[in-house]
Design a binder for this molecule. Structure first.
Ligand SMILES: [Mn+2]
Length: 358
């Protein structure tokens, strides 16, 4: 085990940052750990790890966990409940009452205006997303090559020689598992090493229970609707579900349809509050969902993602004219089909000639 751990503790940067961290929290009483968006397991596990380090290396009794959006996915709700955590919402929190602010799995620029006029700037920023925009923090550690921030936090815990409780091993394991999509997404040796270390010590039965708890029963109506109304075109399935309570409804339906034989790419759309959300899922082999999302819908709203998973969000305001204010299933799906067709046409001239024998 020691030899395996050495893969994670050899880094000079981590030692320096742990040293800095200890100095920064000296005399502090009320730290807040901020997460961006709806808190996912990697962000939550990282926040738990940071809290553990702060508690064990200083007199801090506890940290306040805050996210910008409420928990959306059923599994994440289960996970947070099992970890017995209380996560506050940013717009209901008084940031003036904290004397130390840390960001995990996010960077100051993600938050836009909401962190502009606060007395204490975020002093600690730990993330694994590519560096975005210009910002400054006393302690900034951004490692875009890591599959999960939980892996980085495991390095911090080991370097700081903080004993890791079983609950935290469980959280870190789940954080790595979900952020790397069980190592299907880009990950490095450190991620696999941290996973291996946590594996034998975590409560894996708890993780299994959480993973099985995926689909709220109230979503059955969307599966039923998509089953009867889905539109097939070659290897593509598509359905507009109408008004849905959460993007997660589209995600769950899309995740289901991508598992059907001979469907290699799925678009499930729904109206979530004032936006049309389109969730794309693909095999990531023939189709690049992220590229399709940007090419077809990028002109109307935000679009992006990976090869196998992407998302589009378009304000309904921006669709009133192109849809002629008709948000019926027929009309929305025709709009999506046209966008896809135009994107394909645009893509064609610049496409390289097909390679021989490929
Ligand atoms: Mn992450």
């Amino acid at each position: 085990m020691k030899r395996i751990e050495s893969i994670l503790v050899k880094k000079e940067e981590t030692s320096l940052n742990v040293f800095k961290l200890k100095a920064m929290v000296r005399g502090k009483e009320a730290p807040a750990i901020l997460m961006y968006g709806s808190p996912d397991p990697d962000a939550v596990a990282s926040a738990m790890a940071l809290e553990e380090i702060l508690r064990r290396t200083s007199g801090i009794a506890r940290c306040t966990l805050i996210s910008t959006e409420p928990v959306a996915r059923q599994q994440n709700r289960e996970f947070i409940r099992a970890m017995r955590l209380d996560i506050g919402l940013l717009d209901k929190s008084d940031l003036d009452s904290f004397d130390l602010i840390a960001l995990v799995d996010a960077q100051p620029t993600f938050f836009g205006q909401s962190l502009e006029n606060i007395p204490v700037r975020p002093q600690i920023v730990l993330d694994h997303h590519p560096a975005a925009g210009v910002w400054h923090a006393e302690l900034a550690d951004i490692r875009p090559n890591y599959g999960a921030l939980s892996t980085v936090m495991m390095e911090y815990l080991l370097t700081a020689k903080v004993r890791i409780p079983r609950k935290l091993y469980t959280a870190l394991l789940y954080g790595i598992k979900t952020d790397t999509n069980n190592f299907e997404r880009d990950s490095i040796l450190e991620d696999i090493t941290a996973y291996y270390l946590a594996y034998s010590r975590a409560n894996r039965q708890l993780i299994r229970r959480i993973e099985l708890n995926q689909i709220p029963e109230k979503y059955f109506k969307y599966f039923d609707y998509a089953f009867h109304h889905r539109r097939r075109y070659r290897d593509r399935a598509m359905c507009f579900l109408g008004k849905v309570e959460s993007t997660d409804a589209c995600v769950q339906v899309a995740d289901f349809f991508i598992r059907i034989a001979e469907i290699y790419y799925v678009l499930i759309a729904g109206i979530v509050r004032d936006r049309l959300v389109i969730v794309l899922r693909g095999d990531g082999y023939r189709q690049d969902c992220g590229a399709i999302a940007i090419k077809a819908f990028g002109g109307y709203g935000s679009a992006g993602g990976h090869k196998s998973a992407a998302r589009v969000e378009i304000p309904l305001e921006a669709l009133k004219a192109p849809l002629d204010e008709d948000f019926s299933q027929e009309n929305v799906e025709q709009f999506m089909i046209q966008c896809l067709r135009r994107a394909r046409k645009r893509a064609r001239p610049s496409e390289p000639p097909p390679a021989q024998n490929s």
